[in-house]
Write a protein that binds this ligand. Structure first.
Ligand code: ZN
Length: 195
């Protein structure tokens, strides 16, 4: 399956993913493709929803450096168990390219997840990595960073978001984009495969 990044307002971005119960070779291939797409678009994190997959997983590399394999991390079924402090910082999203805005996140978090080998791992994260994990975990719950903006910040990005909405509608109109129902059916089928 060849993966591509979907853009706001694609419905896959609003899909709430259930926990993955099975990791297989095809899933590992998808994860490899997700890292490639993330680097190609100069990102530091990419969630399954963003490549039209209904899986509770995301990939991250806070260095953004494709050569730095040590810094790569796959988070499967991540759970953020605690958070401390608050920090505001600019965020962007590969599904809303060109749009950035300040978002308030927890400064420090504890996270637990599975890796690709099925082992659990825990981490105490802070700073950028903590921000990435909060942003990506949000994706798995169908939440985008634009949902977390202050009313004033939301107003600032409104025009840019409308451009994405117009683009999406025109793709629909010329048949390049499946209907909401087709998208939902496909996601449900894929989800069932590894539930
Ligand atoms: Zn994002």
């Amino acid at each position: 399956m060849k993966l591509e990044i979907v853009h706001y307002p694609h419905p896959a971005l609003r899909h709430v993913s259930k926990n993955l119960k099975r990791v297989d070779a095809e899933l590992r291939d998808m994860v490899a493709q997700m890292f490639e797409l993330m680097y190609a678009h100069e990102g530091v994190g990419l969630a399954a929803n963003q490549v039209d997959l209904p899986y509770r997983l995301f990939v991250a590399n806070p260095t953004g450096d494709s050569q730095n394999k040590e810094a790569e991390q796959v988070f499967i079924n991540p759970v953020i168990s605690s958070g401390k402090g608050q920090m505001e910082g600019d965020e962007g999203c590969l599904s809303i390219p060109g749009v950035t805005a300040p978002v308030v996140r927890k400064e420090k978090i504890a996270v637990e997840a599975y890796d690709l080998t099925g082992q659990t791992f825990q981490g105490e994260l802070e700073g950028l990595f903590a921000r990435i994990v909060q942003h990506e975990t949000d994706h798995l719950d169908g939440t985008l960073f634009i949902d977390r903006l202050s009313p004033a910040q939301a107003a600032e990005v409104r025009d840019a978001l409308e451009e994405f909405e117009i683009d999406f509608t025109s793709k629909r109109d010329c048949g390049e984009m499946p209907t909401d129902e087709q998208i939902a059916t496909r996601l449900a089928e894929l989800e069932q495969l590894r539930a």
